[in-house]
Design a protein around this ligand. Structure first.
Ligand SMILES: [Zn+2]
Length: 250
């Protein structure tokens, strides 16, 4: 059975002299693994080898769910240029590669998330236009939060997970913590019962409970939020994401 979909390549590895094995995140099918036979041949019908973030319409032959699909057609969007501008800025590229790594690790094959696809596409488009590293970091943070939400892992950022006291009802000078094991904020009165946690500055906690503040956040706050998310993804996945180390050395 042939399936048509819109797809972004989130991983590309060489399979042979002429073929590649690709991981696509598609809008309506979810993540798929596919072999692109002959994609590296000079006269490939795909228009040349695939690169990470190649984007366009694909047609593929679905196979047994444990096996690779076979890519039969690729019609690139943006005249084939894809997101080639992303590599003009190394930090931007690393942020996008980090996003792709997390997307790959937190989604399952054939589990569609159209909203997450749209968010990822928007993230890549905006990152390609980003004017400085902190704007790009803000985009990454928003994408990471969207990824957590769309995969059912949305952290509780408006109130203490334990006693339910709303963050905006608490004295802003009070300490606040984030615990990965309970997936949310823990207030000063409850923190002793939760050994697994990191302490947040008041600015960071305010930003997390009201994401509109993120666009005007100070650099220090953005870095603290990214540290928190990296800790959270590390705990969730059981290992540190590979790309994390390239992000937090701004
Ligand atoms: Zn509490």
């Amino acid at each position: 059975m042939l399936t048509k979909d819109t797809a972004i390549c989130i991983r590309a590895v060489d399979y042979s002299e002429t073929s590649q094995i690709l991981t696509f995140f598609t809008r309506d099918t979810g993540k798929i693994g596919a072999i692109a036979k002959g994609s590296k041949r000079p006269k490939s019908s795909f228009g040349g080898p695939f690169e990470i973030f190649s984007y366009g319409k694909i047609v593929f032959a679905e196979s047994n769910k444990d096996k690779l699909s076979t890519l039969t057609e690729f019609d690139p969007s943006f005249g084939g240029a894809g997101f080639s501008t992303l590599s003009a800025n190394l930090f931007t590229l690393n942020c996008c590669l980090f996003g792709a790594e997390l997307l790959n690790k937190l989604t399952h094959d054939y589990d569609p998330h159209p909203q997450l696809f749209d968010d990822f596409l928007q993230f890549l488009q905006n990152a390609g236009e980003g004017s400085n590293n902190f704007e790009t970091l803000t985009l990454l943070i928003l994408f990471q939060l969207s990824l957590l939400k769309e995969t059912g892992l949305q952290p509780v950022l408006s109130h203490c997970v334990n006693c339910k006291t709303r963050h905006d009802k608490q004295d802003k000078r009070h300490e606040i913590y984030f615990s990965s094991s309970v997936n949310g904020l823990i207030c000063r009165d409850c923190e002793a019962a939760f050994p697994d946690k990191i302490r947040l500055s008041p600015n960071t906690a305010n930003c997390l409970s009201n994401l509109k503040l993120l666009t005007n956040a100070r650099e220090k706050t953005l870095i603290e939020i990214e540290k928190l998310l990296t800790y959270h993804f590390t705990e969730t996945l059981g290992h540190k994401p590979k790309m994390a180390k390239y992000i937090l050395q701004l």
